[in-house]
Design a binder for this molecule. Structure first.
Ligand SMILES: Nc1ncnc2c1ncn2[C@@H]1O[C@H](COP(=O)(O)OP(=O)(O)OP(=O)(O)O)[C@@H](O)[C@H]1O
Ligand SMILES: [Mg+2]
Length: 300
């Protein structure tokens, strides 16, 4: 890692515990079904001195429409802790993407707030990177230039440094050797990898992903999920927590340490569950299937 900002983040990190939050965090968390939206783990963890990395506090959001206000989110609270992979799910239109945009600082909540390490997020911050639901690459730019483009706001970096970071990020995302290829020549999975590289290049501490695998065929999605998970769990990665929006129940049970289920619009938290299956997770095991059934029952 030759990016000094990234290196600084890395040296500040504690070793990652494979498979989810630290034992201390595990011990402090209530059991599944006991976790609630507002009485969740944050109080206990703050007492233990290990606060959340992302804290969504009583967020409400309404959009103004011709016929009046449309309420999208109602009193949504959730937290994401160090080394946690949090999934956010719920029916279509319940406000998942909107919530992710609020966390990213791209949309302001009507009331309530989102904090990153205790500081209110009022605008996009370099520590939080987002992979959008419909990720669009600039077709006239190569993979490398698409990733470099994502670094436009880094005025502190010379062009050569940006290229170096982008090259490294493409390699991390499994696209080494495809730097000079244009999006039109890439498969769907490869395009998504460029999107992931673009997020990784920023050296974020928080990765926000909006249905990152939904546009891919099953085999490609499966492979990319495994790769992304091991990439994120790699101790050399800057990422400390992930919040992923997904409709795919099996994907959630495979990847997430915790899942937050939103109700139909206006979205509020129905349940916040810790998925305490050991890793690597066996999709064919009875325990896995029980979790899948359980999640479906909340979404039905
Ligand atoms: N900028 C906006 N202005 C007005 N309404 C909006 C805006 N963005 C989203 N909405 C509305 O807010 C609601 C929630 O949208 P959102 O995209 O967050 O849902 P979602 O849960 O991500 O849905 P999906 O699962 O289909 O992606 C929808 O009814 C949508 O029409
Ligand atoms: Mg969405």
């Amino acid at each position: 890692m030759n990016n000094p900002a990234r290196a600084a983040i890395l040296t500040a990190r504690l070793p990652r515990v494979t498979g989810g939050p630290s034992e201390r965090i595990r011990a402090a968390q209530p059991t599944p079904d006991q976790v609630g939206s507002s009485s969740g783990p944050s109080g206990e963890l703050l007492q233990s001195g290990e606060g959340p990395i992302v804290d969504v506090e009583h967020v409400n959001l309404s959009f103004r429409r011709e016929k009046g206000e449309m309420q999208v989110l109602v009193d949504v609270s959730l937290s994401a802790y160090k080394n946690e992979y949090v999934a956010l799910t719920g029916p279509s239109g319940c406000g998942k993407s909107t919530l992710l945009r609020i966390i990213a600082g791209l949309t302001m909540a009507s009331t309530g707030m989102v904090k990153f390490r205790g500081q209110e997020i009022r605008e996009p911050r370099a520590e939080l990177a987002m992979i959008f639901q419909n990720f669009v690459l600039l077709p006239w730019k190569t993979s490398l230039d698409n990733v470099v483009f994502g670094l436009s706001s880094r005025n502190d970096l010379a062009d050569l440094e940006k290229k170096k970071i982008a090259t490294e990020a493409l390699e991390d995302a499994g696209l080494g050797g495809f730097e000079n290829v244009y999006p039109g020549e890439l498969s769907g999975g490869m395009k998504q990898r460029v999107g992931i590289a673009r997020a990784l290049a920023l050296g974020p501490q928080v990765l926000l992903m909006d249905e990152p695998f939904s546009a891919l065929d099953n085999l490609t999605a499966d492979r990319l999920r495994r790769e992304i998970y091991s990439l994120l769990m790699n101790p050399t990665s800057s990422i400390q927590t992930v919040i992923m929006v997904s409709h795919n129940v099996e994907e959630i049970v495979e990847l997430a340490d915790r899942v937050v289920v939103l109700s139909p619009r206006p979205g509020h938290v129905i349940v916040d569950l810790k998925i305490d299956l050991p890793r690597p997770r066996n999709k064919k095991s009875d325990e896995f299937m029980l979790w899948v059934d359980k999640l479906y029952s909340y979404l039905a």
